[in-house]
Design a protein around this ligand. Structure first.
Ligand code: ZN
Length: 261
């Protein structure tokens, strides 16, 4: 360890020696030690723009995330396809998905349903399915699948189609998560079956993602619904007060009760 450690440039976080070669650096080419670098969950390109304050905030968030995984995150649904493993905690409205740039795989960022803006499913780098929170559609519709006929009449014996899933988020550190979801592949004769089987499997995953957004939107609508109901009741009692049917005291009591104050 000593041979590769640069004790002249101690880690600004913990004071340990930093790697002589290929150290992770924050703004101003300040190297940080490998233990601290391991805890970071964003790409090295972005870390390069971190000030020391940014890094400290990020590491605090990572510690809170580890606590959340230990004490709060209780996934009740799990989906695995290719390199993608999606864990969903429906009760707490939280989920995890593996990130390329997360050193500590035991501490994957825990995202909230409300942070999920939508997804795109790519086949051979072409978007074939898309779902946006703003569309408020309950389910996605697959589009632009390449006709299997066209693929199986190609010259090659072995056919393979690669898939990728992009999640769009409103998280301070992640606005997009790209996840390889494997491929559908087979010989010319088996491919049609493999392809259909794969599409069936990936659609279960994309439907689960759309359902997370749906669950969050339902919550949002209920909140608005409750607020509208409370406002409506208050207006009715105000009319009763103005008409002299109830007293000011009775109105105030009712108002406190409705607003929960
Ligand atoms: Zn350190």
């Amino acid at each position: 360890m000593g041979l590769f450690t640069n004790n002249k440039k101690p880690c600004p976080i913990c004071g340990e020696g930093t790697p002589r070669l290929l150290a992770t650096e924050i703004a101003g080419d300040v190297p940080i030690c490998s233990d601290c670098a391991f805890k970071i969950s964003i790409g090295t390109a972005k870390v390069k723009d971190f000030t020391l304050k940014d890094l400290k905030e990020h590491l605090t968030m990572r510690e809170e995330n580890a606590n959340r995984i230990k004490n709060e995150f209780r996934p009740n649904k799990s989906y695995e396809i290719g390199w993608t493993k999606l864990n969903i905690d429906e009760a707490n409205k939280l989920f995890t998905i593996p990130l390329n740039m997360c050193g500590d795989t035991n501490n994957p960022p825990v995202f909230k349903f409300e942070e999920l803006m939508g997804y795109e499913l790519e086949e051979e780098n072409c978007v074939i399915e898309r779902f946006n929170r703003g569309d408020r559609a309950p389910l996605c519709t697959p589009m632009m699948y390449t006709p299997v006929q066209q693929m199986t009449t190609a010259a090659q014996e072995h056919i393979s189609r690669d898939f990728k899933l992009n999640l769009y988020l409103t998280n301070p550190y992640w606005d997009k998560v790209e996840s390889s979801t494997g491929s559908a592949s087979g010989s010319r004769t088996s491919f049609q079956w493999e392809y259909r089987k794969y599409l069936g499997e990936i659609r279960i995953v994309t439907m689960a993602i759309a359902a997370m957004i749906g669950a969050d939107l339902a919550d949002e609508n209920n909140d608005h619904g409750n607020a509208n109901a409370v406002a409506g009741s208050l207006m009715k009692f105000k009319e009763l007060l103005d008409a002299g049917i109830i007293t000011q005291e009775e109105f105030d009591a009712k108002k406190k009760q409705l607003l929960g104050i």
